[in-house]
Design a protein around this ligand. Sequence first.
Ligand SMILES: Cc1cc2nc3c(=O)[nH]c(=O)nc-3n(C[C@H](O)[C@H](O)[C@H](O)COP(=O)(O)O)c2cc1C
Length: 271
Amino acid sequence: MLFTIDPESCARDGLCAAVCPLGCIEWESGGLPAPHDRKSAYCIQCGHCVAVCPHGALRLDHFDEGQVPLDRSLKPTAQQVEQLLRGRRSMRAFKPEPPDREQVARLLDLTQYAPSGHNARPVGWVVAPDAAAVRRVAEAVVTWMRAEVEAETPLAEALHLAGLVRAFDAGVDLICRDAPMLAVAHVPARGITPMEDGVIAVTYLELAAAGAGLGACWCGYLCAAARHDPAVLRLLGVPEGHALGGALMLGRPARRFAAAPPRPKADISWL
Ligand SMILES: Cc1cc2nc3c(=O)[nH]c(=O)nc-3n(C[C@H](O)[C@H](O)[C@H](O)COP(=O)(O)O)c2cc1C
């Protein structure tokens, strides 16, 4: 079966059928909802049918749990959301002690709530959990950079790789910023929208980290290295056929921002 209805609590209001994006639920006024003969095969397990029911009457058979309660009294105000979005900054200075692994695992679990094409949620994570592991990743990136510099590639010039390598050799890590943790998202090379899903998941993690008081910063040089050098993917243990979706340095912030920086207004045309 696709889902189970508790006939005692079902109000026969058809909300579950109305909210299903793929029309998988059949419902006639006053009746119990039922899986659609043909379309139920299209179910993407988004769980909207579960979440919309005010009575918790529907469970998707795919999952062990039903509704996940939301405490409405904790709903952030528009101002609080704005504060989070304006106040998040890329953090490039970290305290040496890595963040708590359980806390980070919880933040990574939250990324399962990020939107993804067809709700495919194709993102997997590799976490370098301490400064030594992050250092090994940075070294692999520098190995790739060195080769690009020696070959005098256009990319080496465009990304100023020579300077980054020189700094690294002089003890300044501009690649991973001496972060004590690194979360790397990987996605299957083929799929519905894997690259978008990876970027969105990393963005969810970045915002969740900001909300939890952790510092985070995209590790763009790692992403570039992984696109060009399979050795980087191998070091990370990224599964065969997967590509990097994004990477985030993580740690307890060693700096505070007193305010938000200026930003121009959005470039909008109303069609
Ligand atoms: C795809 C991507 C790659 C990035 N790569 C790096 C990076 O390698 N190193 C770094 O210090 N910042 C990196 N950043 C952070 C940007 O520089 C930063 O988001 C931008 O300057 C705006 O600052 P803010 O995030 O504090 O608002 C990256 C950001 C994105 C979205």
